[in-house]
Design a protein around this ligand. Structure first.
Ligand SMILES: [Zn+2]
Length: 320
């Protein structure tokens, strides 16, 4: 368990094995009367794994995060307030958003700050009367892997559903929809040092400790929820049964990366625990409530690391 005193977090990884029964969280289009195809991924050894894309998990996290940010009074840009996935890039043509600096974007939106955005560069065009625009970008601080079904521990059942037509003449439409069950390996990386930071040029835009802490806690709260309340496709009628959550949370407390190791490997928790050091803290969990307790402690007792060049003690050192 994390200590009650504040823990400085540079980066965090969640290395999880999650069990879902009868879900259809990630789908890959249609094929004739197969209305929904399961997504698949071939692994290095040639085996085929069930797969749920990370973009669904990232979208779910962003939705949850917007709710937490709004509830704690952290500003959202107009696009994020209306859940526009393009984020601030959806607004750059508006007069009030022209000539906006990246510092202003990061200060003005906690979701753009956490999940990143891309405003492409544009040359001035005198014929069209458009002005030049420079590229503004931030990479996401929260990254999700595919959730991959463990070989031999993933099953699929095809269900036949009927849907009545508009009139009697149209009769009934038959649809095949698969439901899958399995144990999935899932990785999440959260680079907390980047909160309020223009990570492209490594400039800190938000120095206020409380503002950075509030954003950090919202991101962790949404991560906790995303694993404990699964979301994705088809949940209206195939809400997954969550039947297991185990793995390890790794916190890097000083500069550097927090290691990751996939639950595709049977000994992943043992290997992660063996990498523990003064700055690499490993918290194994074997149940949903153990995961919940570790996340609760991190939410209340950790702070995002401030980049070294902005730390007061470092500046004093440099001034000598
Ligand atoms: Zn935004």
């Amino acid at each position: 368990m994390p200590q009650p005193s504040t823990l400085s977090m540079y980066e965090l990884t969640i290395n999880a094995r999650v069990s879902w029964q009868a879900h259809s969280l990630s789908t890959a289009g249609t094929n004739g009367s197969n209305k929904v195809m399961s997504r698949r991924q071939i692994l290095a050894d040639g085996s085929e794994a069930d797969a749920c894309s990370g973009s669904i998990a990232k979208h779910h996290h962003a939705e949850l995060l917007a709710e937490y940010l709004a509830a704690t009074g952290i500003p959202l840009c107009q696009a994020c307030r209306h859940r526009d996935g393009r984020r601030v890039a959806a607004l750059v043509e508006r007069p009030e958003y022209k000539n906006l600096s990246i510092e202003q974007i990061l200060q003005g939106c906690g979701l753009c700050d956490a999940h990143g955005f891309l405003v492409t560069a544009k040359n001035a065009n005198s014929h069209q009367g458009t002005e030049a625009r420079s590229k503004l970008t931030k990479h996401s601080l929260v990254e999700f892997s595919f959730a991959l079904g463990l070989p031999g521990r993933a099953q699929e059942t095809l269900h036949l559903f009927t849907r009545s037509g508009e009139s009697k003449d149209e009769g009934q439409m038959l649809m095949k929809i698969p439901a899958r069950s399995g144990d999935f390996a899932l990785l999440v990386r959260y680079t907390s040092v980047g909160i309020g930071v223009d990570t492209y040029r490594w400039q800190v835009a938000i120095i206020d400790e409380q503002q950075r802490r509030n954003r950090h806690r919202a991101i962790l709260s949404a991560l906790r929820d995303a694993l404990l309340s699964p979301d994705g496709a088809m949940t209206a009628t195939m809400l997954p049964h969550l039947t297991g959550l185990e793995g390890a949370i790794v916190v890097q407390s000083d500069v550097g990366r927090a290691p990751m190791y996939s639950a595709l490997k049977e000994d992943f928790v043992t290997r992660l625990v063996a990498m523990q050091s003064d700055t690499c803290l490993v918290y194994p969990f074997a149940t949903v409530d153990a995961f919940h307790a570790i996340m609760q402690d991190l939410i209340t007792s950790s702070d995002p690391y401030l980049p070294a060049s902005y730390r007061p003690e470092q500046q004093q050192e440099g001034d000598k």
